[in-house]
Write a protein that binds this ligand. Sequence first.
Ligand code: FMN
Length: 228
Amino acid sequence: MNAASPHTLPEQTVVTHLEIEPSILYFGTPVVLLTTENPDGSFNLAPISSAWALGQTVVMGLGLDGQTASNLGSRPDLVISLPAPAQWPAVERLAPLTGRNPVPSGKPKGCRFEPDKFAAAGVTGEPSHLVRPPRVAGCPIQLEARAERVRPDLFEDFLIVEAVVCKVHADSRIVVPGTDHIDPAAWSPLIYNFRHYFGLGPELGHSYRTQTPRTFEGPAALTDTVPS
Ligand SMILES: Cc1cc2nc3c(=O)[nH]c(=O)nc-3n(C[C@H](O)[C@H](O)[C@H](O)COP(=O)(O)O)c2cc1C
């Protein structure tokens, strides 16, 4: 059993840092499901976790040899669906699949071609309003978007995609009634944390800029164990 939970790191008077060389730096980012349009008009679905939002733009990092990258190079419409933590098995069913045929040699061992990833994942599509690719039904947040800038990264291993969101769909259960705000207490992203799936832990506090304030004061944060 893993003894230390992230909220209760073992107390130490002197905290030591080790110099390590991890093979991956997936330090815990939300999983999103990207729907894109294939050349034959069918739709591809792929999980990614290299995604972050700034204003109305979502920036994503995609492997150059994937079908998603290929699709976005020529057909910029996409949907970014955000699954809830309980949906992680559907995400993991998609993990060894590619919409690319034949499977590129750079894909991990065991990766196989799948033309109908919706069926393979056990999810269904629902029509979007402004773009052609469908949303993933059941995902609490769905963002219709258009890839406005698509370019290779510095080492030409990945595609950096800047997608501008044109419509947001949110499950009514995670929206603060009568507002346009997502209730952070009702919504949890699915976090990909060094190749393991997590939801959020208990709330620790909120930013001074929150638009959904509560009187709640959370437990002491990790900073208590870090020397000043
Ligand atoms: C949770 C999770 C996160 C992933 N994150 C990324 C990512 O950020 N970028 C990426 O290119 N691939 C990522 N992948 C791998 C792709 O899903 C995988 O390469 C898939 O074959 C892509 O499908 P496609 O070739 O049909 O586009 C992730 C996979 C999983 C399961």
